[in-house]
Design a protein around this ligand. Sequence first.
Ligand code: PLP
Length: 319
Amino acid sequence: MAIPMTQILPVLPTVDEHYCDQWRYPDGVAFMDGQYLPMSEAKISVLDWGFLHSDATYDTVHVWNGRFFRLDLHLDRFFGGVERLRMKLPYDREKIESILTNCVALSGHRSAYVDMICTRGSSPTFSRDPRQAENRFIAFAVPFGSVANKEQLERGLHVAISETVRIPPKSVDPAIKNCHWLDLVKGLFDAYDRGAETALIVDTNGHIAEGPGFNVFVVKDGSLRTPAFGVLPGITRRTVFDLCAEIGLSATAADISRAEIKGADEVFITSTAGGIMPVTRIDDAAISNGQVGSVTRRLMDLYWRKHDDPAWSTAVICP
Ligand code: PLP
């Protein structure tokens, strides 16, 4: 029996749900240069290579109802990216975990979007040699946000496939979560021009790649598939694989053509910003009967239920 959408969808927190009212900065709290600051005061130099050259890596984890969701996986990906970019963090993993916890607790938000960033920084002598730069660590916690709003979560997103090609993995390793978004933003404008709400862009072979801040899955004859090539290995994408293994659904990473996505039984996107989100229209045509499908509903339900399971989440402890 289909689970009603009202029982699946997360209830977004109200502004009154806070931890530590005496410290509350409603827009969020940042950590930089060794200090915790209100978001409005968190600023970096225009000479930072992160700003000038997109020379940075970052990760975003969410906190839901007072618990980080799969923080270890986000930290693994972040530390992997920092190492591949030959940057050095000024703090170890334990300290970064405590900084993230403090940002959330000080912000007061029980559901938050939490970023950790490492930029190349800049050199005291303005050297053009990246080895001379002093790398910079920044973290912040702001209110939880989602790619899809409430209405879109209920009826499914309307997506357009843009001709824009995602930056190839031989240019930028997609496993390093990065800020190279000009292709994704162009895709978004293409989608808006066509009356859609968000975009999917393609890989160098013309297959479906990913969208601005999300991976994509198709469901066909009860099996799931997500692109393998040239995409960020998303933590939510990984979570879908883990959930499928738990409930005995087949899920693979392999190419998806435009025809295949349009002919799918169900399509959904995945992101830390919103979780598993249904897609019901692509390029002006309905996916199947145009309704959110039963596999998508089942996975959405399971995904949100895992958020208070200690095997998948950790409590934010107020300092
Ligand atoms: N793809 C891109 C380009 C992204 O920026 C993101 C998240 O920001 C994702 C996919 C989804 O990754 P995750 O599930 O880890 O949030």
